[in-house]
Design a protein around this ligand. Structure first.
Ligand SMILES: Cc1ncc(COP(=O)(O)O)c(C=O)c1O
Length: 482
């Protein structure tokens, strides 16, 4: 089913142009959305967003194609994205990379199928396991010792895992981690392909990869079969807007069907068009812009290090588990500032700078082409002022919060699949009484977002002790009842 499309679809940004053309007709709206081009909404909302933006907040209307069954402007926009990223087929996502990760697992796995993954996979991957009934097989992860963050999985570990699980269906790689670390993805993908596994790459934080030689390579160029990118995280699309790329067109219809199970039937055209223009921007100016962003990040790194503010660099992570680092991610240990991460973040906020993440041991910042020289300079000044101990920092509270204790090589016993645990009767009990029970919730405190307990796993020994230290002696946990 497809709406009639008598709109031009072959422009530079076909969906954005179709949306503008539609809007120019100034048709009276007798359809959803109910704000009626902004006429029925709260006055300050109307005033700030403006009639033009609200008038473009459309969903599927005749002439604007359908996300579920695209054959006009959306199809043309997705095809342009596929051509740009080197994919056989690209899907626009309006529920983030999360929906793409879940859809691929749902489309490719049946109950009991094995999926090989690291335990630091994003929670949407575990949600995909619940939806599909697949069984997780974990690869041992290598860690950086300070700060304690996962580095990745060495190819030798994957080779061992594949030998033990030669009939697994899917390998899930994280390229890069939240902190910007990439594994040896080419080797990992080749190994998986040798065993006949398809590879799903979570590149939520890597939509810009490959746009500059100093950035890590794009996982599509490394042979990933399904690559999911949060275009909204680094490439200027609106929050929630993401893409899923397929290396082979063959499975496209199955993936489309899975996406139609998971995504809304009223996709926002502002989100969809933002993907179209993010691709156009990357195509027209991506190399130049990202070259500038990388150069700016490198200059900032140099100045920080010269001022005694260390910054996690590629040489710190290179190892059998990690192939490199996205230099536009800045991980700064908090210790040189004589404070913990949230205190550093608080100081920076008072100095007009809002960062991406603050945890007890470090802070994380993201640089992209939207950050001009003056803005980077103002960040540098704030960091230097704090390093000099300019007195702007209120007395450090000494409160370090629930710091992650370090590498966590614990792989609890799996009793049920995540789906079986999800479907079982469940109830919340005090953690103190959890020993020997089966976990019914995903517990993956951030950072490092590592799964401490997954639905279906036995709550035993060290895991219960760790949960108690995280949630406190009165903490509760959801378990399978009975
Ligand atoms: C590694 C990783 N994968 C996937 C996601 C999900 O991305 P989205 O927010 O676009 O759904 C995130 C979100 O932060 C993430 O950090």
């Amino acid at each position: 089913m497809c709406y009639n499309n008598n709109v031009k679809t072959q422009g530079q940004a076909p969906l954005w142009e179709a949306l503008l053309n539609y809007r120019r007709q100034r048709l009276n709206s007798w359809h959803t959305p109910g704000h009626k081009d902004g006429a029925y909404t709260w006055p300050s909302w109307q005033q700030v967003l403006g009639e033009e933006t609200l008038g473009l907040d459309l969903t599927e209307v005749p002439g604007l194609d359908s996300l579920a069954y695209p054959c006009g402007a959306i199809k043309a926009a997705q095809e342009k994205a596929a051509a740009f990223y080197g994919a056989a087929r690209t899907f626009f996502l309006v529920n983030g990379a999360s929906s793409g990760l879940m859809a691929v697992i749902l489309a490719t796995c049946r109950p009991g199928d094995e999926v090989i993954l690291p335990r630091y996979a994003h929670r949407s991957v575990f949600n995909g396991l619940i939806l599909s009934g697949a069984r997780p097989v974990y690869m041992e992860t290598e860690w950086l010792s300070s700060p304690a963050i996962p580095l990745g999985v060495p190819p030798a570990v994957l080779a061992r895992t594949l030998k033990a699980h030669p009939r697994a269906r899917l390998l899930l790689l994280v390229h890069p981690t939240y902190e910007g670390i990439v594994p040896h993805s080419r080797e990992l993908i080749t190994l998986a392909h040798d065993y006949g596994l398809a590879v799903l790459v979570d590149a939520a934080h890597g939509a810009h990869f490959g746009l500059d030689p100093l950035l890590p390579p794009s996982p599509l160029d490394l042979g990933g079969d399904y690559v999911v990118q949060s275009t909204h995280k680094t490439m200027g699309a609106l929050t929630q807007a993401a893409m899923l790329h397929l290396r082979h067109a063959g499975e496209g219809d199955t993936i489309a069907a899975a996406l139609n199970l998971l995504q809304t039937t009223s996709p926002s055209y502002l989100l969809l068009a933002s993907l179209d223009v993010a691709r156009l921007l990357a195509e027209e100016r991506g190399r130049r812009d990202w070259g500038r962003a990388v150069a700016g990040a490198l200059r900032l790194r140099e100045k920080l290090v010269a001022a005694g503010i260390p910054c996690l660099g590629p040489a710190d992570v290179m190892s059998p588990a990690a192939a490199g680092l996205d230099v536009t991610r800045l991980l700064l240990p908090a210790e040189p500032f004589g404070a913990c991460g949230p205190e550093v973040a608080g100081f920076l906020r008072r100095a007009g700078q809002e960062i991406e993440l603050a945890v007890p041991d470090y802070i994380l910042l993201i640089i992209n082409p939207g950050d001009g020289e003056a803005k980077i300079e103002s960040l540098l000044e704030a960091l230097l002022a704090l390093r000099r101990g300019s007195g702007l920092l209120p007395a450090a509270s000494g409160e370090r919060g629930g710091a992650w204790p370090g590498p966590w090589p614990v792989y609890p016993r799996q009793v049920l699949t995540p789906r079986e645990a999800w479907l079982a009767p469940r109830r919340e009990i005090p953690l103190k009484e959890a020993e020997g029970r089966i976990c019914a919730e995903l517990i993956a405190p951030c950072p490092p977002g590592l799964a401490l307990a997954v639905p279906g796993e036995a709550l035993e020994g060290e895991v219960v002790a760790r949960l108690l230290s995280l949630r406190g002696p009165d903490g509760k946990v959801l378990v399978v009842d009975g």
